[in-house]
Design a protein around this ligand. Structure first.
Ligand SMILES: Nc1ncnc2c1ncn2[C@@H]1O[C@H](COP(=O)(O)OP(=O)(O)OP(=O)(O)O)[C@@H](O)[C@H]1O
Ligand SMILES: [Mg+2]
Length: 313
């Protein structure tokens, strides 16, 4: 089996640069696979012999995030090669990677989502400051900035475009509590795990930013907790909404839907179709709250890979 992980997107390149190897998700994954007695080899998706080496495997565990790894492109390659892989297929991955298209889906499912519009060069913003400037395909808070002064918008957009993000959008800033809901395929069907709130120590309502998220050297302390005090109705809205997102996308394995709860209303922000898999990442932590350990999560992902895709030639 191959475990795919490497610097194929800016978020994964940054991750590998900032997080010490002993904390890497692939370190934990290879460890868990060993415990499960599944022979596994790590493959770097950016290495020139990647495709040739993929062909030597019969199952692929995808642990690549952002463009190329999480947006349907590597999934399409694997479909084409007839290789089974963990997690979602092309459609769910591509839709989940695009935060603006995801908004249309959220609205269609009756989920609140912050107002947003694509930013076109030279066009005036249609939202007041403070406003979130985001890349449609950003992740791990790469390609995300809170703009507090309109004069800063054009330079911030120029920096993001220079980083290679060519589709940018503006989103209404709705300070609130950051909650994420994981939905996993488990024996008996897919189900939402307990909602998980991330609290950056000492900063309620803080933007849950890159350093906090990656948990590398010098990162702020992030606490996770089940936000029961939000009340049953809000929690049910998020869990049911996330399950419907999973169903409509035809997702596989596990997804995470991120929300910000503002003025008592959960606003859906984005869908992650390849959630982070450090033992301290949201998905394993939420799974632990539901009584599942890290190896159970890995096993559930392996089961989601299903059988080899029959290529019709
Ligand atoms: N419109 C908004 N209003 C207020 N806070 C926001 C808004 N959008 C994002 N945030 C804050 O920034 C965090 C990251 O936002 P978002 O989930 O859209 O980005 P991401 O970088 O793709 O995240 P991930 O690491 O989950 O891939 C949120 O969890 C929330 O704390
Ligand atoms: Mg997020």
């Amino acid at each position: 089996m191959a475990v795919v992980h490497g610097p194929s997107s800016q978020e994964d390149a940054l991750y590998l640069g900032q997080v010490p190897p002993e904390q890497w998700s692939r370190t934990a994954l290879l460890h868990a696979l060993q415990a499960l007695q599944v022979p596994a080899e790590h493959l770097d998706p950016t290495s020139p012999d990647f495709v040739d080496r993929l062909r030597q495997h019969d199952l692929v565990l995808l642990n690549a995030h952002g463009p190329y790894g999480e947006d349907g492109r590597v999934q399409g390659l694997l479909d084409y090669l007839g290789l089974p892989y963990t997690g979602s297929g092309v459609l769910a991955s591509a839709v989940g990677m695009d935060k603006v298209v995801s908004k249309a889906l959220f609205r269609d499912l009756g989920l609140a989502t912050p107002l947003g519009h694509l930013l076109r060069e030279g066009e005036a913003p249609g939202l007041p400051v403070p406003v979130m400037l985001k890349a449609v395909d950003g992740g791990s808070s790469v390609g995300l900035e809170l703009v507090e002064d309109l004069g800063h918008l054009a330079p911030a957009a120029a920096v993001m475009r220079a980083q290679g993000f060519d589709r940018l959008f503006l989103e209404e800033y709705l300070p609130g509590r950051s909650v994420t809901v994981s939905v996993m395929e488990l024996p008996g069907g897919r189900r939402a795990l307990p909602p998980l709130e991330s609290v950056v120590a000492g900063e309620p309502d803080a933007v849950y930013d890159l350093d906090a998220k990656l948990g590398g050297h010098g990162a702020a302390q992030v606490d996770h907790r089940c936000p029961e005090d939000l009340g049953e109705q809000v929690l049910a809205e998020m869990t049911r909404g996330s399950e419907r997102v999973f169903d409509v996308l035809g997702a596989r394995g596990a997804i995470r839907v991120d929300f910000v709860v503002h003025a008592g209303v959960p606003f859906a922000l984005e869908v992650n179709t390849c959630p982070g898999l450090q033992p301290a990442s949201n998905l394993p932590v939420a799974a632990a709250m539901a009584g599942l350990d890290y190896e159970d999560v890995v096993l559930a992902l392996l089961v989601s890979a299903g059988d080899a895709n029959d290529v019709p030639w």
